[in-house]
Design a binder for this molecule. Sequence first.
Ligand SMILES: [Ca+2]
Ligand SMILES: [Ca+2]
Ligand SMILES: [Ca+2]
Ligand SMILES: [Ca+2]
Length: 332
Amino acid sequence: MVINEQSSNPDGSLTVNAVHQYLGTNPPDVLTGDLVIGQATCGVPAGPGADRAPAVADFDGDGATDHSVFRPEGGTWFVAGATPEALNYGEPTDTPVPADYDGDAKVDIAVRRASTGTWFIHRSSDNTDTALTYGVSSDVPVPADYDGDGKADIALYRPSTGTWYVHQSTNDADVATTFGGIAGDIPVPGDYDGDTKADLAIYRPGSTWFIHRSSDNADTALGYGAAGDIPVPGDYDGDGSTDIAIFRPSVGLWSIHNSAGGDTAVTYGVGSDQPVAGDYDGDAKTDIAIFRPDAGLWWVHQSSNNADVATTYGVGTDIALPLPHAIRRVFF
Ligand SMILES: [Ca+2]
Ligand SMILES: [Ca+2]
Ligand SMILES: [Ca+2]
Ligand SMILES: [Ca+2]
């Protein structure tokens, strides 16, 4: 097929005029092998939340990760560009667990109170609050959309037994699955098989990634990472599937095993930086990014144009929200 002309339409659709060789047999006045001219319009691209979870820490639902922090002192959330920019929600010892629990493609402000096992969720769709007590204090919160209904599910990983407890948003059913459980295992849920359901996944430090695929319940294992590496899974190649990836603080190396094929290595950041991978430029590809706590400085390597963008937001004691708690608790 030879594309002669293509145009983007105001609604986001794409019209293509093309010449191609006719391969069918139906129209009586066109013979197989003839060149024919055709026009087709492709539909509007799916918006955030239509077929995948919103970008990490995308509180306003514009499809891009927001610079955002939780300040334990005062229990205050700060989201760049939000109205209001600051919101008190939670207590200093609470764990921030932002995710899109109500399924409106905006990440919701939420905390888990370990002392009581209670989750408090401030729903972005109607600004109402919900609370649910789930799990015990030593559980690790791992919210994600495991049942694929477009809403994040309240979920926990219990390190002592390797049991995942998922409170499914679609039917309020509780599902327990054992996956992992070796001391030191780090839960790294993500949609590694690209079926829009989060998969249970474990990074065993210094050696192996284990993924329990939601699409066929099969388990896969891949050796990827060395001692000291921080797991930073994300969809760096933008194919809709989470990629296995690590950040090696000692040398500032990002190593990405693209699900679409090939490995990518980029040096970005120094040892004291925190990796805060997210889709800051909103092109549906995860961007390499770091937060430098002592200066409240963010550096984002934009996937769309390879530009590096520096932003100052937050202070050293803040918790940068794009970094999942399950990873943070081990390394920071
Ligand atoms: Ca929401
Ligand atoms: Ca769900
Ligand atoms: Ca999946
Ligand atoms: Ca991006």
